[in-house]
Design a binder for this molecule. Structure first.
Ligand SMILES: N[C@@H](CCC(=O)N[C@@H](CS)C(=O)NCC(=O)O)C(=O)O
Length: 276
């Protein structure tokens, strides 16, 4: 692992690190915020999964998360959204290929050799950060934005018992029935739609639900509402009688101005679960 940068931030440290990833077969970069409390021992962790076109950097500089995380003594992990490199498959569209890994393990060529983002996040990066930094493996929560909200919800529901809480900002809620999903799942996973269900938050909600609290915020002026389908997840959660706070925020769009506005609520929500 190589340290790219470390900057003092809200009494803690905002670092950027790169490492060779076996699952993605390329170098990967991630951001990690450690609060001051990490000097004295392991701290709880909030994973933040980013959306389409993002690197590790977007949320790190635009989500206004570090100050609230410092107040709660929580670390933040900002992974990248895909493998990257000139010799790695890509697509001209912004919503497929590099910057758009959709948090799945691709089985189809040309994506399969590198696009293994589910394993990268849930196994490889997990092992690395808990090995190298003072993080408490027993206290983890997860959040994300848009494609990253889809990643947070699906990973939380599949990795049973790992996360105390999950939240999402404008998540893609029903990708198997959306143009933000069907095209990408066909490319990464193939035409067998049964394989897609394990990566659809609404279908996972109907099947498993989540054993813990969920918080979801989406803006009423989100320009991608028809692709996100929050109503499908809301219906599935109601049918499951899932513990959930589901909010449509009047006037807000899809941008980081929206994400940063509600970041305090999300970090406070996760802190309650992590310190329960
Ligand atoms: N505006 C983008 C659409 C993609 C988009 O809005 N991406 C969101 C996540 S789905 C994002 O976080 N963009 C990066 C940023 O705002 O910093 C485009 O058309 O290329």
């Amino acid at each position: 692992m190589e340290t790219i940068s470390e900057n003092a931030c809200f009494g803690g440290v905002q670092g950027v690190y790169s490492h060779r990833s076996e699952s993605c077969d390329c170098d990967m970069t991630f951001g990690l915020f450690l609060p001051a409390e990490a000097k004295d021992g392991p701290v709880p962790v909030l994973w933040y999964l980013s959306g389409l076109t993002c690197t590790h950097e977007n949320a790190m500089v635009k989500a206004a998360a570090q100050g609230w995380a410092a107040e709660q003594g929580i670390a933040l992990i900002f992974p990248d959204t895909s493998p990257r490199g000139d010799d790695i498959a890509n697509d001209e569209a912004f919503d497929l290929g590099q910057g758009a890994g959709f948090y799945v393990n691709a089985t189809q060529n040309p994506w399969a050799p590198h696009f293994q983002m589910y394993d990268y996040i849930t196994k490889e990066l997990t092992d690395l950060v808990f090995d190298k930094f003072p993080l408490d493996v027993t206290r983890q929560a997860i959040t994300g934005h848009s494609m990253g909200g889809h990643g947070a919800l699906t990973i939380a529901m599949r990795e049973t018992g790992r996360f105390a809480s999950v939240s999402a900002f404008s998540p893609i809620c029903n990708p198997t029935d959306s143009d933000w999903g069907r095209r990408q799942f066909t490319a990464y996973l193939g035409f067998e739609e049964d394989e897609w269900a394990e990566h659809d938050a609404s279908l996972l909600m109907a099947k498993h639900g989540f054993d813990g609290p969920i918080l979801i915020d989406t803006g009423t002026k989100d320009q991608f509402l028809d692709l996100l389908k929050p109503e499908t997840l809301a219906q599935a959660a109601a049918a499951k009688r899932q513990e959930i706070i589901f909010r449509m925020q009047p006037g807000y769009d899809h941008s980081y101005f929206f994400v940063s506005t509600f970041m305090e609520d999300h970090i406070t929500f996760h802190a309650e679960a992590l310190y329960a």
